[in-house]
Write a protein that binds this ligand. Structure first.
Ligand SMILES: Nc1ncnc2c1ncn2[C@@H]1O[C@H](COP(=O)(O)OP(=O)(O)OP(=O)(O)O)[C@@H](O)[C@H]1O
Length: 479
C-alpha cells in the first residue's frame, strides 16, 4: 500500500537537494557563482589592488551607462541579470518537477528515460518572464496550453500565455506585474507629422509595457465590450492620435452617433460630417460615403496600389458609435428598411475600403451575427470586457479564448483594457487605451477641430493633453 502524505508533503514539496545539485551542473549558473570565490582567492594570494581597480572601473562604467542611457541600461543590463536570476534560481530548479506533476512527460520505451520539456532560454522585462521550451517528441503545444491554469498557480503569476515559436518550441509567458493597472495618459503627438505614422497610431500600452500601436489606414476596426468596458476610450484615443492630421487636412472623420450624440457630441468639431438624430440622414451619409469610395477608387485606379493620405485624397475614417442601434434596434417597418440600407452601405464600405483610403471604426455592445452582419470584414477586432467565453470567440475568432483572450475575466475596475489580435501574431495581446476626460475631449475638439482654417502640415501646433490643474504631466510608461 502506498504511503499517505499529509501536511506540506500532501501539497507536493520539491525534492530540494536534487534540484540544487542538478542546477549546479550547469555552467550558466556555476561560472558566475564560481567567479566570486575565485576573485576572493586571487585577492588573498595576489593582493587586492587589481580586483579593486577592476571592480571600480566596472561600477563606474555601469553607473555612467545607467545615468546617461537609462533605457539601454535597463534592457541590456537590468533585464538580462533578472533573466539570468529567474532562469537559474526560479524556473530551472522547479521545472523538472512541475512538468512531471502536470503530466508533460513521456517515457522512451527503448531506454526507459523520462523526457520532459526543457528550458532553452529565459527573457525578462519589468512585467514578464518568457521561458522558451524545447518539447520532446510526444509532448504537444496544445498540451502545454492545457497546463496554463496549473502553471499560473505554480509560478504564482497573474496570467500565463503560451505561443508557439516553431514546431517543437514554445514560449511560455509568465505575466508577473501588470503595467495596465493604472490609468494611461494620451501619448504626446509627434513633433513633425508623417503620414507613414498613420500605420501605427499610439492608443495606449500593451501588457509588456510597450506602446499599443493601431493601424487604421487600410484596416476596418471593430470594438466590442459590455456597457462600461471603455469602448469610448479606444475611440477618443484614436481621435486624439489623429487630431493633428485632421487639423492638417490629411484625415477626414465622419461621425455617426445613433445614441443621440451622447458620446460623439463632446468632440463635434473634429467631425467633417456628423449625424446624431436622424436615422435617415445616417443611412444617407453611409450611402454617400460608399459612392465617394467608388469615385475615389476610379480616381486612384492605375496610379498607386497602396494609399498615401494627402490633402487632395485625405484618409476618410467613418466612426459609428454603437452599431447595434442601427442594425437591429430601429423600430417599425421603416426602421427595418433603413437598417437594410445601412447594412448594404456598410457592406460596400467594408468590402472595398482599404485601398482607396477609407476605414470604418465601429463599436458595439454585442457581437452576434444579427448585430454585426459583416463581422468578418472588420480586419482589426478589439474585444474589451465581455460576458462570457462564447462572446470572446465570436469577437476574436475561434480559439482566441484558449490562446489567452480572457475578456470575460477583465475586471470592472479596469475599463479600457482589451485584447486585440495584432498583424502577424496568432496570440491576442492585452492592451489598455489611454483615457481622456470629457474636458480633455472638448479641448482637443476646439484645438484641432475643423472650424479653424486648415494649417500647413509643417506648422501644426502641438498641445500637450496631459495637463492636470495646469501642470504638465509627462507621459511615457504606463503611469
Ligand atoms: N481607458 C480608460 N482608463 C481609465 N478609465 C476608463 C477608461 N475607459 C473608460 N474609463 C472609465 O470607465 C467609464 C465607462 O467607460 P465608457 O463610457 O468608455 O464605456 P463604454 O464601453 O463606452 O460604455 P457604453 O457602451 O455604456 O457607452 C468611464 O466613464 C471612465 O470613467
Amino acid at each position: 500500500m502506498g504511503k499517505i502524505k499529509s501536511g506540506r508533503k500532501a501539497a507536493g514539496d520539491y525534492p530540494v537537494g536534487r534540484m540544487i545539485a542538478s542546477q549546479l551542473r550547469h555552467p550558466g549558473v556555476m561560472v558566475p557563482l564560481l567567479g566570486i570565490p575565485a576573485l576572493g582567492v586571487y585577492g588573498v594570494t595576489q593582493g587586492w589592488t587589481r580586483p579593486l581597480i577592476g571592480a571600480g572601473v566596472l561600477v563606474t562604467v555601469l553607473a555612467v551607462w545607467a545615468l546617461v542611457w537609462r533605457v539601454s541600461f535597463r534592457n541590456q543590463v537590468v533585464y538580462r541579470v533578472k533573466a539570468w536570476y529567474r532562469r537559474w534560481f526560479r524556473y530551472a530548479p522547479r521545472w523538472w518537477f512541475w512538468m512531471g506533476r502536470l503530466g508533460l512527460s513521456v517515457t522512451d520505451e527503448m531506454t526507459g528515460w523520462i523526457l520532459r520539456p526543457r528550458i532553452l532560454k529565459v527573457r525578462s522585462t519589468g512585467c514578464i518572464d518568457s521561458v522558451l521550451l524545447d518539447l520532446p517528441l510526444g509532448v504537444r503545444t496544445d498540451q502545454v496550453m492545457q497546463a496554463v491554469p496549473d502553471l499560473r498557480h505554480a509560478a504564482k503569476a497573474r496570467r500565463v500565455a503560451v505561443r508557439e515559436l516553431e514546431p517543437g518550441q514554445v514560449w511560455v509567458d509568465f505575466f508577473t506585474a501588470d503595467p495596465l493597472r493604472k490609468t494611461i495618459l494620451p501619448a504626446l503627438h509627434p513633433v513633425r507629422l508623417n503620414v507613414r505614422d498613420l500605420d501605427g497610431l499610439v492608443l495606449g500600452y500593451c501588457e509588456d509595457g510597450t506602446p499599443w500601436r493601431l493601424k487604421v489606414v487600410g484596416r476596418h476596426v471593430f470594438v466590442c465590450g459590455v456597457s462600461g468596458a471603455g469602448k469610448s476610450s479606444v475611440l477618443w484615443s484614436l481621435l486624439w492620435a489623429l487630431a493633428p492630421y485632421i487639423k492638417a487636412g490629411l484625415v477626414v472623420v465622419h461621425g455617426i452617433d445613433p445614441k443621440g450624440g451622447m458620446e460623439l457630441d463632446f468632440g463635434r468639431e473634429l467631425f467633417d460630417r456628423y449625424e446624431a438624430d436622424d436615422y435617415e440622414a445616417m443611412a444617407e451619409m453611409l450611402e454617400q460615403d460608399a459612392d465617394y469610395l467608388d469615385d475615389r477608387t476610379k480616381l486612384l485606379r492605375g496610379k498607386a496600389r497602396t494609399f498615401t493620405a494627402s490633402r487632395e485624397t485625405p484618409f476618410v475614417l467613418i466612426v459609428i458609435d454603437e452599431l447595434m442601434q442601427l442594425t437591429v434596434l430601429l423600430p417599425g417597418p421603416e426602421g427595418r428598411r433603413l437598417s437594410a440600407r445601412i447594412e448594404v452601405a456598410l457592406g460596400r464600405l467594408l468590402g472595398k475600403g482599404r485601398a482607396p483610403g477609407f476605414a470604418v471604426f465601429a463599436t458595439s455592445l454585442l457581437v452576434t451575427k444579427d448585430v454585426v452582419t459583416w463581422r468578418e470584414l472588420f480586419s482589426t477586432k478589439i474585444a474589451m470586457r465581455l460576458d462570457n467565453e462564447a462572446q470572446v470567440e465570436m469577437a476574436l475568432g475561434e480559439g482566441a479564448r484558449d490562446l489567452g483572450a480572457e475578456c470575460d475575466r477583465i475586471p470592472e475596475s479596469l475599463p479600457g483594457v482589451a485584447y486585440v489580435l495584432q498583424e502577424g501574431k496568432r496570440e491576442p495581446v492585452r492592451v489598455r487605451a489611454a483615457y481622456m476626460s470629457d474636458d480633455a475631449i472638448r479641448d482637443m475638439a476646439t484645438t484641432y477641430g475643423l472650424r479653424g482654417a486648415i494649417e500647413p502640415v509643417d506648422s501644426v501646433t502641438l498641445i500637450n493633453p496631459n495637463t492636470v490643474d495646469g501642470e504638465v504631466v509627462e507621459s511615457g510608461e504606463a503611469a
